[in-house]
Design a protein around this ligand. Sequence first.
Ligand code: KG4
Ligand code: ZN
Length: 397
Amino acid sequence: MASAVRPGLCLGIETSCDETAAAVVADGRRVMSNVVASQAALHERYGGVVPELAARHHLEAVLPVVAEALREGGVQWGDLDLVAVTRGPGLPAALLVGVAAAKALAFARGLPLVGVNHLAGHVFAHRLEATDAGGRTVAARAQEDRSGEGDGAGDGHIHIHILRDSGGDGLPRPAVCLVVSGSHTDICLLPAGGGLRLLGSTVDDAAGEAFDKVARLLGLGYPGGARLERVAAAGDPRAVAFPRSLGALSGARGSAAGEGTGAYAFSFSGLKTSVAQHVARGRAPDGAGVLSAKGISDIAASFQAAVVDVLVDKTMRAAVACGVEVVLLCGGVAANAALRTALGAACAERGWALAAPPLAYCTDNAAMIAAAGWVAHAAGQTDGWDLDADPSLPLAL
Ligand code: KG4
Ligand code: ZN
């Protein structure tokens, strides 16, 4: 009897911002372990990420986190086939810690090394399969939700319909993908044959950055996005008519020819300023002096609605222009339930499919880095010991 083929095991390492993460992923798909050591508590008192502190903490945490990922996955060093590490974009000193650790570990264990684009990692989170508490794969769970057996919308699991992989890399294609993180807001096309075409990016603040800055304005602290979402749940999204930058933005980078200059570019700084002015008025001597809890919730909900409207509008228009019927959503802001629900509803209205990874694979993690690295290595990429961090790497596969 032929023995089963042993799955290829990749150790992923991620240190681009304030999460020290390591994961073991089989065949670039099945998550065996996913360890994330968050530094949120460390940076909270400063109201944002302090790069030097982040790097120092990565240095202390990276080896214990890797050891924990191996232990959790029930994997020995000798079982591994590849080491994948985020090489950019991100904070320079933070990236360097992960890259140096990955190089040292791969060299010492005689393993090949692959440097991964963090944003490509977010896209490859769509490849991952994970088991939930009931031992079912997340994909299976999504199927059940669709057939009406699951608890459906609002549980963070997106309805994954039939996802074709025509590019050979496990990504649903053709598709339009919205990547929304703390430092990037990108719309890209995943063409049927493979590769990636950037359609538009933010010209100023990223969506996550806007969430973080507005959370700070509202006194919600850091990390802002998830906290703002919680506060917004008690607010009225129609309470304040904040501006929506829906038109084309001339001079924007990353706009595909023939699809309108800057049609898929984003701008969130005007919205942020408008919120700041609104908050200042609320705090003026002739106003209440201090914003009420209801006032804060209403501003949070109205801001969130404005961001979601813009993200959904531009993503759907990009999908129409590209003639695709599959939309992918990833990056830290993809953890936002209002965004998942609104984009899901817009897709459902047209009978399209929306796929978004489970929340743990939307925010920064190393499983997505292992998935992207595995695919890159299978396609022939192996990096040398001169691999370097590139803090400003643009989205590319
Ligand atoms: O992808 P990510 O974890 O790190 C980067 O690559 O930047 O994204 C982090 C961003 C932060 O700006 C954070 O506030 C935002 O994602 N975020 C959210 C939520 N969870 C995280 N924004 C809105 N709602 C959320 N639930
Ligand atoms: Zn990220």
